[in-house]
Ligand binder design. Structure first.
Ligand code: SF4
Ligand code: SF4
Length: 157
């Protein structure tokens, strides 16, 4: 995706959070507790925003999501909030496709997230709406659309 559109997508979720208060206080920020080999998938083109990054690094995997090699951002469990990857901003949401129709759902990888038990209805409405806006923007980009379809396939098996 071209960088201005990627930055626009990231900016839409800059200050949004899944709940009105800091949900990280419920779980000790469980979604930020990866290890040296796990992290958050970067969207196509997003890796260029992390050149010279001091709070994390990128692992390039052998696997592919759509046509893209996986690029995983591995952090140390904290980051400057305004620099967090798009996947962190969207979590715990995920885009599913059913009969080609995209629908925002909870992320099947979010086992550690206590918000899962309440479903999407338990999340802040403005967060869900902005995530939908971001997904619509991403789907206009060929590489990101391919990535999102590939991600859905990868977690539908
Ligand atoms: S795991 Fe869920 S509740 Fe915890 S910080 Fe992440 S999104 Fe919030
Ligand atoms: S980059 Fe930031 S928001 Fe994303 S997992 Fe790491 S600490 Fe959490």
């Amino acid at each position: 995706m071209n960088i201005p559109n990627l930055e626009l997508a990231r900016s839409i979720l800059l200050d949004e959070t899944p709940l009105a208060h800091d949900c990280g206080s419920l779980c000790g920020a469980a979604c930020c507790q990866g290890n040296d080999h796990t992290g958050m998938l970067l969207f196509p083109g997003e890796e260029t925003l992390y050149e010279g990054c001091t709070f994390g690094r990128i692992l390039i995997g052998k696997e592919t999501i759509g046509q893209q090699k996986t690029r995983v951002f591995v952090c140390r469990g904290t980051c400057p909030r305004e620099q967090r990857p798009l996947s962190c901003r969207l979590f715990p949401l995920f885009l599913r496709f059913r009969d080609g129709v995209p629908r925002v759902r909870l992320d099947p990888r979010a086992h550690m997230c206590p918000l899962r038990r309440y479903g999407i209805a338990g999340l802040k409405q403005s967060f869900v709406e902005r995530a939908e806006e971001v997904y619509n923007l991403l789907l206009q980009d060929e590489d990101c659309a391919d990535f999102l379809h590939g991600l859905d396939r990868a977690f539908s098996l």
